[in-house]
Ligand binder design. Structure first.
Ligand SMILES: [Zn+2]
Length: 358
């Protein structure tokens, strides 16, 4: 049992920011072990969906946000607006935007398009278990929430201060708050310099170090993870835990094949109706951890609020489906190869026993 766990962790950890030139690793795909799967998978009475209140001033919503293109090319920081919602934010009872971004808002701070959570690294059979943020070398790395520093330096994966560690110089924080009774952790990797020591307290925005190029990277960037449960607990898609920019929302989806298996690595387009701008997304590769309530296999943040058309081709058939993104909340849809689409939150009958969010 212990061996199996270690092996499982190894697969995930090795997925952190592998260089593109590394040989393909045919990684066996571990079974998904979402937190509290039994409690949360009971079908039952549908929740009443109340539209998320617009907490954003209307003027801000009317103003077309200047959008980064989620490409590797960094845009000038002065283009970044609007600012982020303040953490913690939970408009829906199942939202948990508890963290702020680990890179300041006036810097490039959005996930790289091909390095989101759950994506295969291009050319590699390993699943990415965090997001990569293409920040400039030397940019301050900031604590995403308050807590205690429980790891610093080399060796997050390999131990013993190993300078060959794929995470490079890293910091791990155990946060002051948990999620439904379980501990929450954030991880920051590839730093050139670490400015905190083990045991130290960090507040939101405390400088942890500088963006760098240590560990298995192909260029300076920050690798950022959210983990739930234990230090080596289940990985989560950070886009579901980090506050969106003002006027923007997050989409989570569960897309299943005929036999209920998740549809993997399916490219999906979100076409923003006012401008026809396309926001690409992709379902998770293989099996990886999902958020316990949404059990998503697709999530995409930083979407301007408004109406979209979801577009994809599956099993030689082209699909178009209208979706509305509400700002400051997780918007949810499901697609099943035989049952079609649904929107609204997942249905559950009993979440008693889960402790309230902080
Ligand atoms: Zn990474």
């Amino acid at each position: 049992m212990k061996f199996a766990r270690i092996f499982f962790l190894l697969i995930f950890f090795l997925a952190a920011c592998q260089p593109i030139s590394a040989p393909p690793t045919p990684a066996p795909l571990p079974s998904p072990s979402p937190v509290l799967p039994d409690l949360l998978s009971i079908p039952g009475e549908a929740l009443q969906i109340t539209p998320a209140p617009h907490t954003t001033p209307q003027a801000l919503l009317n103003e077309a946000p200047l959008r980064p293109s989620f490409s590797a090319s960094a845009e000038p920081s002065t283009l970044w607006r609007p600012p982020l919602y303040e953490a913690p934010l939970a408009i829906s009872p199942y939202d948990h935007f508890y963290f702020t971004r680990p890179i300041a808002v006036n810097t490039v701070n959005w996930p790289l398009g091909d390095y989101r959570y759950g994506y295969y690294f291009p050319g590699l059979e390993v699943v990415h278990i965090g997001v990569d943020i293409d920040a400039q070398r030397g940019s301050p790395v900031l604590a995403a929430g308050p807590g205690r520093v429980i790891f610093t330096g080399y060796g997050l994966q390999l131990g013993r201060d190993d300078p060959a560690d794929p995470y490079g110089q890293a910091v791990m924080i155990e946060h002051d708050f948990g999620y439904r009774g379980q501990a929450l952790y954030t991880v920051y990797g590839h730093m050139d310099r670490v400015d905190v020591i083990r045991g130290q307290r960090a507040e939101t925005g405390t400088q942890l170090g500088l963006v760098g190029n240590t560990g298995a990277t192909t260029g300076p960037h920050l690798h950022f993870e959210v983990r739930v449960g234990s230090r080596y607990g289940s990985f989560q898609n950070p886009e579901l835990w980090v506050t969106p920019p003002l006027g923007m929302g997050v989409l989570a989806g569960r897309m299943q094949e005929e036999d209920d298996d998740p549809i993997t690595s399916l490219d999906v387009e979100l076409i923003y109706q006012p401008t026809n701008k396309i926001y690409p997304a992709r379902t998770y590769a293989g099996r990886t951890y999902s958020e316990p309530f949404f059990r998503e296999n697709l999530a995409r943040g930083d979407l301007p609020a408004g109406n979209y058309t979801l577009h994809f081709v599956y099993d030689s058939q082209e699909y178009f489906y209208p979706l509305t993104i509400q700002p400051g909340t997780v918007n949810y849809f499901t697609f099943h190869a035989t049952k079609g689409f649904s929107t609204g939150l997942p249905t559950i009958s009993n979440i008693s026993g889960l402790t309230p969010a902080p």
